[in-house]
Design a protein around this ligand. Sequence first.
Ligand code: NCD
Length: 311
Amino acid sequence: MKEGGGGYRNLLAISSLDKDDVLSLLDSARSFAEVSTRSVKKVPALRGKTIVNLFMEPSTRTRMSFELAAKRLSADVVNFSSSTSSLSKGESLKDTAKTIVAMGVDAVVVRHGSAGAPLMLTDWVECSVINAGDGMHEHPTQALLDLFTIRERLGRLEGLKVAIVGDIDHSRVARSNIHALRKVGAEVVLVAPQSLLPRDIQRMDVAVAGTIDEVLGWCDVLYLLRIQLERVNESRFPSLREYTLLYGLTDARWSELDHKPMVMHPGPMNRGVEIDSSVADDVESVITGQVAAGVALRMAVLYDLLGGSHG
Ligand code: NCD
């Protein structure tokens, strides 16, 4: 994990981790997953530490998951979201950060609509910074929990064939997953209309397929993404119906498959667009497994950054 200014340790992007960092976080998450199965779901590892969740974009899963992770490590956690804070009165991110830090916190978990906001925060705060999603850039803990889920279910990561289907260009989840999967030796194919592929794709060491049918019989893992309607201008493809025809995991496609891949989705799902409702119900256990893995993985990240004794 990278050291930022002042010697604080941060998690800003998968691209700055090496393979050993990734694997050791997955191993640590495995031991923390056990805590969540106990009747008393708490260890004293971060007792006395204070963590702030600073969310400037809507989030359900990620915010709750970080909050639960902090609480299960016995840290104190404060939630701060832009609609309930002075940010909606025009206060800048910098002023908000200074105010929070004056209160004496050990880590800030930040989600922000602009790529690079967590990196900027590291200059302004004297504590660890964790990126919980910044614009169209990265969402490192999502990729780590996805790798954790895959390794728990399929027993390995190296050599696995993974297809990522959908709105890759607008997706920080895709970007972090591509980096993470390539680091651990998985093969990655992106499936999307040309207009939803990132422009810097040549630098990503991945292949591209034109339709979902080209990868369905090939992949071990099928990772579906939502069309980010709030970021995408619909003219990038003819219509949602057309998108489903070429890229959707429809009931007809799913029922024809002899060897069904493991289907994943970071949520929220657009049922009827990237996945038919009946298929979503069929593969629900993996998708809820991703959510459960999120708590254990975020416990591992918080513990790694903030130290303390493993209880
Ligand atoms: C994703 C996000 O916010 O980047 N969701 C998540 O964190 N579970 C993906 C999305 O919004 O589509």
